[in-house]
Design a protein around this ligand. Structure first.
Ligand SMILES: N[C@@H](CCC(=O)N[C@@H](CS)C(=O)NCC(=O)O)C(=O)O
Length: 190
């Protein structure tokens, strides 16, 4: 068996770490997790230097090193095609990459307005208008996917890249404002 190590920071505070970890789990990869310590700055710096981008997640699988959530997904999808990380159909795959790309490069207002801490609930939190537009866009994406592919996941019966990309923000919306709970209910977060 090929040894695999995923370097991440906290799954509670770092949405990219959580996404990388979810993708490795969805792929069925047997991996160990190496955590960047928030306190030990020297070992943190050493671990970050292992990642050419100085960012996590970063995956080592045997001799292969891959970083960035989308690249890790593409690599694991090739390595474990049976896991269904990407939808089989060409049109569905294009759709999946399109919405994953929106999350990869966008939703800046939502990210800055709702800090990532999956253990903290803020029922009375006021979401500012810029972030509301991002939330509405996510609701539209979810409604469209669930209509087209009939759930329970965004692309049907199997969790995919899209679920991993949207899970951290869906949960953050739910934790920050109970009135947005409908968003989390639409997501496949189980
Ligand atoms: N586009 C990158 C984003 C990665 C990213 O921004 N990672 C953050 C973690 S949330 C990071 O490593 N920051 C440096 C640090 O934690 O010291 C991806 O898809 O993996």
């Amino acid at each position: 068996m090929t040894a695999a190590t995923l370097t991440i920071s906290s799954r509670n505070y770092s949405s990219w770490s959580l996404r990388g970890w979810l993708i490795c789990r969805m792929a069925g990869l047997d991996f160990s997790t190496e955590l960047l310590s928030g306190e030990d700055t020297t070992s943190r710096a050493e671990l970050l230097h292992l990642s050419p981008s100085f960012l996590v997640p970063r995956l080592r699988h045997g001799d292969i090193v891959v970083w960035d959530t989308l690249a890790i997904t593409a690599y694991l999808n090739e390595t474990f095609p049976e896991a269904g990380l990407l939808p089989e159909g060409r049109a569905e795959r294009a759709h999946c990459f399109s919405i994953a790309g929106e999350m990869h490069g966008g939703f800046v207002n939502l990210r800055s307005a709702l800090p990532m801490n999956l253990k903290a609930f803020h029922p009375g939190f006021r979401v500012f208008n810029g972030a509301k537009a991002d939330i509405e866009r996510i609701v539209t994406i979810f409604d469209d996917c669930l209509d087209r592919y009939e759930g329970p996941y965004l692309f049907g019966k199997t969790p995919s890249l899209a679920d991993a990309m949207f899970a951290p923000v869906s949960w953050r919306v739910r934790l920050h404002n109970a009135s947005c709970a409908s968003l989390a209910q639409r997501a496949s977060l189980n």
